[in-house]
Design a protein around this ligand. Sequence first.
Ligand SMILES: [Zn+2]
Ligand SMILES: [Zn+2]
Length: 274
Amino acid sequence: MEINNLKQGFILTNSDLYEVFKCGNSGGMRKSNSTNSLLIISDHTKSLYDDRWEEDTLYYTGMGKAGGQSLKFMQNKTLDESNENGVNIYLFEVFNTGEYIFRGEVKLVDKPFQEEQIDVEDNLRKVWIFPLKIKNVEKDIQLKDLENIIEKRENKIRKLSDEQLIKNIANSRKVSSKRNVETTTYERNQHVVEYAKRRAKGKCELCEEEAPFLTKDKQPYLEVHHIQWLSNDGEDSITNVAALCPNCHRKMHALDLEIYKSKLNEKVKGDLND
Ligand SMILES: [Zn+2]
Ligand SMILES: [Zn+2]
């Protein structure tokens, strides 16, 4: 296979990547001098956090797994200078280990900027964020790929200690990430979801009745609702979510009554101070 024959949505293996691009075989950014290309790999299986999308812009975190990142470091430099150096940049996304989905050729659309993120050693550090766009979107990723990853991550997040969960929340953005798929979906912070369920202790935060049933995993079945909807710019934060029984959840959506909203606002504030 040749680079020019790649079509958006093609799934490659790690060794395909090496054969097509003549690049290194590990890392999130892989440079190849012989094909004058830089591969950007957004691997959703690796972290409890995700590269952030805002509509059609990917905010990609640069190279360097621990400590502060430098814009002069290896491929950070290549990417930073990519509008002048003539290197072609290609994006791949991974939703299942070993499956690299080709998303297309991308372009740096704005100046890289710095942001705080936690590193592999759990320390807060400064990273460089590169705003990237796919040049011609022919095929969006599939909703089921995203849902798949969310489910895997949920199981991991459930196993976090309360302390770690709260730390992760403190270090995450309070703005929900959203991206274009076959339909646009909001990626809720699963730490916030898990927090709300723990806070509710098995009881609906509106009617205060026990959850109607246990899930297959023996968890009380409650649905986490955003008091101010994400689609109305509601925050993805622990003070804007409530764990509800399905009846109350439907009621909130069907009636959208101010009286219930204020009740929930009071309730989640009260519970935080318990
Ligand atoms: Zn209820
Ligand atoms: Zn809801």
